[in-house]
Design a protein around this ligand. Structure first.
Ligand SMILES: Cc1cc2nc3c(=O)[nH]c(=O)nc-3n(C[C@H](O)[C@H](O)[C@H](O)COP(=O)(O)OP(=O)(O)OC[C@H]3O[C@@H](n4cnc5c(N)ncnc54)[C@H](O)[C@@H]3O)c2cc1C
Length: 492
């Protein structure tokens, strides 16, 4: 696949060399270098700087935010990439670790709809409303529903029974493929987990959502990242974009700096927001880890990737309120693998009405599907372009079922594929949600192998998505802060 040459990343057309040195103002040494500006990296950076450490964030892309990003297109279109929905916990995380201005913009979605051959329902995705649906629409006894919630509430990371999500559903709602679909499908789109993943990774994330519904940022991703940049500046974090970290330097089992855009920058601790596998295998090098750890990381499975179709309505065009989030499928029955099909029949539509960006009159619609890297990676250029066009056409046809005639109102249509996600984030195989569950252990134990090395990127299903990534940034920052303090103590 095509990849921009190093140091050119971020030039407007991706080809012309940069005309300035993105590292012009960099210091020679920091307490902490954060590699990558995803929500995990930015949150970790903000906390470490508030703790009094000198911090630099090095981001290879021209935009900050990682997958929490947006892009503009001619004609006044602004498209959000991953702002679809997150649990209420994001409000508390933002209030504590960012600021009240950001937290105050977190708003609950008004409506979430499901439309498939098994059921058509609308919900606000709270425990109360979900219970109503399960009891009244699906005919499940209330006591059974409560028992299911009760079991989920007791789940935690340290109590993995080895059961899968599919087995958990079958135990509580035997033979009810429709109920399994209602419970699993939205979570699969939110973090890539499937019926074969551990029940605890499902239970923890589902319970987070059930807390009080699905939330979004009023103002859009561009507003959010803009506010985060202001807060980072207040905390003293130095941000550098168009800077690719090529290596993490390790001496005698301890980090001593990074090489970025060909230049060495010294630091005591490195927090990598890049993929766990890239961090270990490419940036540090497997040789710096014990063989058991390195081979363990090698066997960690990546989560799936995504495709998206971004559709923008022209100025003055509008649609009636349909829902905020629509899970739609024409497949008769639910199974996890088909959600990643190249010619998939299941997708979500996120509707961004003008209310998304107060003051704006524009409407955009983004369709997302889960996808496999392997289906897209090997295509030659002609087949790749043909499949992108086919994806766009299929998506518009699916949307027309809900909004007849919408095609004539769209003035911009564009598709992203696993190759697009890989290109912009450097996540191997364009993984949208980090690694499968087994990756979490290796991510958390990095610093036991290399002193001063931490990971704060999507991993293990639980620590992915907007809330998971931000919270993981908090956990990692506290470990890195303790490490930096221990160094200070030794020196004083
Ligand atoms: C299509 C799609 C839909 C999604 N929908 C939702 C949703 O509805 N709800 C939800 O909660 N989550 C959703 N997510 C997931 C969510 O966006 C991510 O889990 C989260 O944003 C990941 O944050 P992160 O901190 O792991 O970093 P990432 O966003 O992965 O960012 C990592 C950053 O590191 C940078 N980087 C990597 N390597 C280097 C290097 N060597 N040098 C410098 N920089 C480097 C990258 O450029 C990137 O900016 C979705 C994701 C996708 C793709």
């Amino acid at each position: 696949m095509n990849r921009e040459p190093k140091y050119y990343k971020g030039s407007l057309d991706g080809k012309a060399p940069l005309t300035h040195d993105p590292l012009k103002d960099i210091r020679t040494r920091y307490d902490a270098v954060v590699i990558g500006s995803g929500l995990g990296g930015l949150t970790a950076a903000n906390i470490l700087a508030r703790c009094g450490h000198s911090v630099a964030v090095l981001e290879q892309h021209y935009n900050y935010g990682g997958l929490a990003t947006w892009f503009k297109r001619r004609g006044g279109h602004i498209f959000d990439v991953s702002l679809h929905g997150f649990p209420a916990g994001m409000k508390k995380t933002c209030r504590r670790y960012w600021n009240e201005t950001i937290a105050a913009r977190i708003e609950r979605l008004d409506s979430i709809r499901f439309d498939n051959p098994q059921f058509q329902v609308e919900t606000i995705f709270t425990r109360e409303d979900f219970t109503r649906l399960l009891v009244e629409h699906f005919g499940i006894e209330r006591a059974r529903v409560e028992a299911f919630y009760g079991e989920l509430a007791k789940m935690d990371f340290f109590s993995d029974s080895g059961e899968t999500a599919g087995e958990l559903f079958e135990r509580h709602f035997p033979g009810r493929n429709d109920v399994h679909r209602l419970l699993m499908e939205p979570i699969t789109y939110a973090n890539g987990s499937t019926l074969s993943d551990p029940a605890i990774s499902y239970g923890i994330v589902f319970s987070n959502f059930m807390n009080s519904g699905v939330y979004t940022f009023g103002g859009g991703t561009d507003w959010l990242i803009g506010e985060m940049k202001k807060e980072l500046a207040r905390s003293g974090v130095e941000l550098f974009n168009r800077v690719e970290v090529e290596r993490i330097l390790v001496d005698n089992g301890q980090t001593r700096g990074v090489v970025a855009n060909g230049r060495e920058i010294a630091c005591e601790t490195v927090i990598s927001n890049a993929s766990l596998k890239s961090t270990v295998e490419r940036l540090v090098g497997a040789g710096h880890f014990s063989s058991a750890f390195a081979s363990g990381v090698q066997s960690v499975r990546l989560n799936n990737s995504s495709t998206q179709v971004y559709m923008g309505l022209g100025e003055g065009a509008s649609i009636p309120f349909l829902t905020d989030l629509l899970f739609t499928s024409t497949r008769e029955r639910f199974d996890s693998p088909s959600l990643c099909d190249l010619h998939g029949e299941s997708r979500t539509f996120s509707f961004y009405y003008p209310k998304t960006r107060p003051g704006s009159t524009r409407t955009t619609i983004v369709s997302s599907m889960n996808a496999h890297w392997r289906d897209w990676a090997g295509m030659d250029e002609a087949s790749y372009l043909a499949n992108k066009s086919r994806l766009e056409a299929d998506t518009v046809a699916a949307l027309e079922r809900y909004l007849p005639g919408i095609r004539s109102q769209l003035t911009h249509i564009e598709a992203a594929t696993p190759r697009t996600f890989e290109f912009y984030t450097q996540s191997p195989q364009g993984a949208s949600f980090g690694t499968k569950f087994e990756g979490l252990r290796y991510s958390m134990e990095l610093s036991k192998e290399v002193r001063g090395l931490y990971h704060a990127g999507s991993v293990g299903i639980i620590m992915s998505g907007w809330l998971g990534a931000a919270n993981y940034g908090v956990i990692t920052a506290s470990k890195a802060d303790a490490f930096l303090r221990s160094l200070e103590k030794v020196r004083s």
